[in-house]
Ligand binder design. Sequence first.
Ligand code: C2E
Ligand code: CA
Ligand code: CA
Ligand code: CA
Length: 279
Amino acid sequence: AKECGRNNFQFYTEELSARNAQRMYLTNGLRQALDRNEFQLHYQPKLEARSGRVVGVEALIRWFPAGGGMISPAEFIPIAEESGLIIPIGDWVLATACKQAAGWRREGRDGFRVAVNLSAAQLKNRDVVQVVAQALRDADCPADALDLEITESMLMENPEKVSRTLQGLCDLGVRLSIDDFGTGYSSLNYLKSFPIHELKIDQTFIRDIPGEAGHASIVKAIIDLAHSMELIVVAEGVETAEQKAFLERERCDELQGYLFSKPLPAHQLGQLLDSGAIG
Ligand code: C2E
Ligand code: CA
Ligand code: CA
Ligand code: CA
């Protein structure tokens, strides 16, 4: 038994150091990724459920390191957060998304919006309102072409401070969306006091509807809650016609997911929209 314990411990430390090595490797790569132009934004359409029209897109970062392949944001965003690199990377995302949004508006896509994910570290940065204002100015992008998505769990850490920041962003004319809603235990009292426009139902709840009764009732409850607060409600991760039918029946406002399109590079998304295949 003693030997067995030691082996487990050895295995555990080996696994830990492998993970540390991987993290160091990624951190070093991330440090140079901006200078080497290894990031791209891909854009996934959001459709208005009622009309089927594409009303905007969510910008999602992709990392193509020099050695080849693609590293998922789920893997490198947490590491960028730990190392502080999320601030320059986040600035790049905002600048790039604002330029693209301004371009699409100039091409005549009226009312078209681009949503950008803000990380916790970006939201906590005291200059975030200035940073967003500057990105809009530099890109000559109208504020109503930009949405900012922040996760539900970021709201409650310091609600008074977050509320002031969100008010500053709202005053610029951008819209605020609460991402991963249903997973973060936010207080409904506070939720009412934040200047938000939209709730995005977390995709873990969408995955098993309509079959899974528990999740179906959570989805219905979130839609009703959003509407009672006069918020738009969006479902992400919509993959099947059954999910779409359920969400339409329950009056979900907007839909996003592989059923309509994967996230695509800007020019491919433009072609998809122009082809009339969706929206
Ligand atoms: P998220 O904001 O919740 O984004 C939704 C994720 O679901 C994206 O993964 C998207 O590609 C994926 N998705 C969309 N439709 C479907 C579907 O029908 N089925 C399934 N299974 N998945 C779908 P992605 O692009 O890998 O991004 C993962 C997470 O990384 C994002 O989750 C977000 O938290 C973060 N992230 C991505 N881009 C950025 C960024 O520019 N800045 C920051 N701070 N975080 C980002
Ligand atoms: Ca998001
Ligand atoms: Ca989400
Ligand atoms: Ca997420």
